[in-house]
Design a protein around this ligand. Structure first.
Ligand code: ADP
Ligand code: GLC
Length: 483
């Protein structure tokens, strides 16, 4: 079998630019696909952090002006990753985040920035880079969604196969219709059978409409988004694509998330040396200013602080958590109200609740290694990665029964405990009351050391790597190409 050539298009990639799990997936999937004899090159915007990382082994100038400025592609290999960085200073050479400035305000020209990414993606698909003729283009989320609209009108036949992956339907890339003339697409693209959406434009819808196949990041979420309750206005588009929409559960990079070698930890451990974890718990307590109360079950949170993640519910049930003698550490950033809520809670209960507002990769590893349980009370969750990290690190995930969370954690109900397969705690519906019950259940299980150890061990033994998902993507790609 020959190697398949894939062009991935995305706006984030770990470790260079990350606002969430999208980056982790875009960073890890190429390695998983290499094992399946698929070679991926990834096109990402040339943000400052990306440009300083790519050794530009090869530079390809883009002819003419790309939406009002000069641009070039820097092609290089970093470790095992083939990067194509779109160096367009007028669009991407800015401080702040990938989508917003330092004050959190969206860049006013995001429509143009990600149209440019998509246009160049389509050009590469059609042969812009000599020697690279992709068999398939894989676009991630709305930022890459327009790629397939450009590709559709660049070539009606003889184009590569196309797969669109939805990481989160809550972000759709919606813009006013006025932007349309600037995109350089033919008038016929502005239609219900195209990129039009309620009188405006949706980049995600464009991807969903024009892609040959659609995937999302768990089977559970693939089912949920067909319904009006969870489809965020796109359920009709998704239902119309019928069996061409499937769910493949994410993995995590088990070289990055490896408790036996993790350089961020006070003590490394594995299942056979799980006792060493106690040192990580002590370290975590001291880093978050908590009492060294060995009897207290220690809950951890690593999350964006947004409505999606349901952490307002956690604020509501803090009295229950504290009343049960537990402690809490929260690492996160996001909505000002939630940040304030957790800061205030830490100030009100010193020694029992600790909070670090901010984004800290190393600390996220320490929370996973030191917590007894990781709370993920999301209102919806396409996949979720922190519960997978928790499984690997012997922290018991306590999750809402939604999307990828319910697909990746086996609830410690009597049947699962009896069969010896439980890996965590699930609760639903996602309300403060049910979260309260879940916390009480967790504390009760924590007080039974043998049962708890079994749940931890099951989690640590479960395969959260990219091996199986990599195979599933490979099968999907090959089946599509064989059509
Ligand atoms: P989402 O992409 O919706 O934010 P995921 O669970 O898929 O949720 O991915 C979140 C990723 O971001 C994980 O790798 C998690 O460890 C990381 N993360 C989230 N918040 C923080 C933070 N404050 N500091 C460090 N890492 C974080
Ligand atoms: C999104 C989702 C999250 C998922 C991640 C990676 O950010 O919110 O659930 O794990 O993408 O696919």
């Amino acid at each position: 079998m020959n190697h398949l050539q894939v062009l991935a298009v995305a706006s984030e990639m770990f470790p260079w630019v990350k606002t969430g799990g999208l980056a982790d997936v875009v960073g890890a999937l190429p390695g998983a696909l290499t094992r399946e004899r698929i070679r991926v090159r990834t096109l990402i915007p040339g943000y400052p952090a990306v440009l300083s990382a790519v050794p530009a082994t090869r530079v390809v100038k883009i002819a003419g002006s790309l939406f009002g400025g000069e641009a070039r592609l820097l092609c290089g290999r970093v470790g095992a990753v083939d990067l194509l960085a779109l160096d367009a200073p007028h669009l991407f050479a800015r401080p702040g985040g990938p989508y917003a400035d330092q004050n959190g305000r969206d860049w006013p020209d995001n429509a143009i920035r990600f149209a440019a990414l998509a246009k160049v993606g389509s050009d590469i698909a059609m042969g812009l880079l000599p020697g690279f003729a992709p068999d398939l283009v894989h676009a991630h989320d709305w930022q890459a969604g327009l790629t397939f609209a450009y590709l559709r009108f660049a070539a009606r036949t003889g184009r590569p196969a196309t797969v669109m992956t939805i990481h989160n339907l809550a972000f759709q890339g919606q813009f006013a219709a006025e932007i349309f003339p600037r995109l350089g697409l033919p008038d016929e693209a502005f239609a219900i059978e195209g990129i039009e959406y309620h009188g405006g434009i949706s980049y995600l819808k464009a991807g969903l409409y024009y892609a040959d196949r659609i995937t999302t990041v768990s089977p559970g979420y693939a089912a949920e988004i067909r319904t009006p309750e969870s489809g965020m206005g796109l359920d009709g588009v998704i239902r119309a694509r019928g069996a061409h929409v499937t769910g493949i559960l994410n993995g995590i990079d088990t070289r990055v998330w490896a408790p036996d070698t993790d350089p961020h930890l006070a003590a490394t451990f594995d299942l056979a040396r799980i006792g060493q974890r106690a040192a990580d718990t002590t370290d975590l307590r001291s880093r978050f200013g908590l009492d060294q109360d060995m009897e207290a079950p220690l809950f951890g949170v690593v999350s964006r602080l947004t409505w999606q993640k349901g952490l307002d519910l956690l604020l509501e049930v803090l009295p229950t958590l504290l009343g049960a003698g537990a402690q809490l550490v929260v690492l996160g950033s996001g909505d000002a109200g939630l940040e304030r809520g957790f800061r205030d809670a830490a100030a009100s209960y010193p020694g029992r609740i600790g909070c670090i507002i901010g984004y800290d990769e190393a600390m996220s590893h320490r929370v996973q290694a030191g917590s007894d349980a990781i709370l993920v009370p999301s209102r919806f969750e396409p996949c979720g990665l922190t519960q997978l990290c928790a499984l690997r690190y012997g922290a018991v995930p306590v999750v809402a029964r939604v999307g990828g969370l319910s697909d990746s954690v086996i609830d410690a109900n009597p049947a699962a405990l009896g069969a010896g397969v439980a890996t965590g705690i699930q609760f639903g519906p996602v309300t403060a009351e049910m979260l309260r019950v879940a916390i009480e259940r967790t504390v009760a299980l924590r007080r039974q050391p043998a049962v708890w150890r079994r749940i931890q061990a099951n989690g640590m033994r479960s395969d959260v790597s990219w091996r199986d998902p990599g195979r599933r993507y490979a099968t999907l790609f090959r089946d599509l190409l064989a059509r």
